[in-house]
Write a protein that binds this ligand. Structure first.
Ligand code: OOG
Ligand code: NI
Length: 415
């Protein structure tokens, strides 16, 4: 190791997250505002509620982000898995957004650290979606063939980057010199491209779904959003609106109420028009804009057990139709952590209700709501029969690595 300091995967992950954040701030200036306001909200919230740090230290929460990326094929997803392994991030869970109220033609997993000590060091996670080209409700045979041809001509990740990632993952890190070279190359793979976009092709795909166009209508992938975490999302919503930033109409997920916060609450501001280059059929290249990337923010609560999650799903469906969502919530969930813990609805370390296990994953309903609120048009599932075989097992096979079961990870964190 030439006497050089060894950089463990968690430090690579922290640097990767920080450098992606710096790049995204240069690309999307409103993100900087969101991060600033989030930091203020967190400081003010902790001053008023010193015990709120039980959901994560101010340092962790202030540095905390999740990203979202979208890829086209199992091969591209396998490269993502190999790359993220070097940052100590592994696939957890399976999300199928095709069956949401407003369907999105993707299946997804989340890459994240899986152990409590690693999460405490840096919890960076990336929601990663793959285009569901096998689903005939969205892609007929002709379009599927053309999408697959377009995807087969691109290389999202330099093979050398993936090879290096494999070595660093196996070694649990790398030298400082290697880190200085590796992290910027990994970050660059997620920059917004200046390559001209084939206008007709992009528009054709947009008819199927804005997400399909964002994935297969361009030659590279990019960070779609980077999401800071706040301790009080209602306060954040008010403060952003006061700065003149138009947020989507609602906070997704459970309502605000005076009992324990569970799972995840999220909101976002609408995608902003960003300059992109387009190529027309005659080869002429011109400047245009696309609204694809947006700002999102989230608050995290305690992780629910399967019993708690079943109760959540019932309460959520009932609350959706109600005028007073908090009132519905109070009929389904106890008001204290002690009761939540005693009734086996949520995870607490060693059964101690002062020590909640934080939810580290995503919510398909919110995810679909976030996707939907940020695209100009919804996808429409056609009448064809879906004969694709997408499932968690399928995805694991396609990328050659198991998907971790989130409940098993929470059990472990609680024990
Ligand atoms: C991912 C949407 C899901 C979340 O926070 O639920 C997501 C995407 O837009 O690609 O990021
Ligand atoms: Ni997100």
């Amino acid at each position: 190791m030439n006497g050089q300091p060894f950089v463990p995967t968690w430090r690579l992950r922290a640097r990767f997250a920080a450098d992606l954040s710096a790049m995204y701030a240069r690309e999307v200036p409103a993100y900087t505002t969101l991060v600033e306001v989030s930091a203020q909200v967190n400081r003010d919230h902790l001053t008023a509620h010193p015990k709120a740090e039980r959901l994560g230290s101010l340092d962790r929460v202030t540095a905390e982000r999740h990203g979202a990326i979208r890829v086209g094929t199992p091969g591209e997803l396998a490269d993502v898995a190999a790359l993220f392994a070097a940052f100590g991030m592994f696939p957890v869970g399976f999300y199928d957004l095709r069956d949401a109220a407003s369907p999105v033609p993707v299946v997804s997993t989340a890459f994240r650290p899986i152990y409590a000590d690693e999460l405490a060091r840096n919890p960076f996670r990336v929601f990663t979606s793959m285009l569901a080209t096998d689903d005939a409700r969205f892609f007929d045979a002709d379009l599927r063939a053309r999408v697959l041809r377009a995807l087969s001509t691109r290389t999202l990740f330099d093979p050398q980057l993936i090879a290096d990632a494999g070595r660093f993952a196996a070694d649990g890190g790398c030298t400082a010199t290697q880190a200085d070279e590796f992290v910027p190359r990994a970050v660059a793979a997620f920059a917004l491209s200046r390559e001209p976009i084939d206008r007709a092709w992009y528009q054709e795909l947009s008819q199927v779904s804005a997400v399909a166009a964002d994935i297969a209508g361009v030659s590279s992938t990019h960070i779609n959003h980077l999401t800071p975490r706040v301790l009080d999302i209602d306060d954040l919503y008010v403060r952003m609106s006061a700065r003149g930033i138009t947020m989507i109409d609602a906070i997704q997920g459970p309502p605000r109420w005076d009992g324990p916060d569970v799972l995840l609450r999220q909101t976002s501001f609408r995608a902003l028009a960003e300059p992109r280059r387009f190529a027309d059929a005659d080869g002429a290249v011109s400047e245009g804009t696309l609204r694809v990337r947006f700002g999102e923010v989230e608050a995290r609560g305690v992780a629910l057990t399967p019993a708690g999650r079943a109760r959540y799903d019932t309460a959520f469906a009932e609350a959706a139709a109600a005028t007073d969502r908090a009132e519905v919530w109070a009929r389904h969930f106890p008001r204290t952590d002690a009761e939540m813990c005693a009734s086996g609805l949520a995870y607490y370390q060693h059964g101690n209700p002062a020590k909640p296990v934080v939810y580290e994953d995503f919510l398909p309903a919110s995810a679909a709501g976030i996707f939907r609120s940020n695209t100009d048009s919804d996808a429409v599932a056609g009448a064809a029969t879906d004969t694709s075989a997408y499932s968690g097992e399928w995805l694991a096979g396609a990328i050659g690595t198991d998907l971790h079961d989130p409940y098993a990870l929470y059990e472990k964190a609680a024990s």
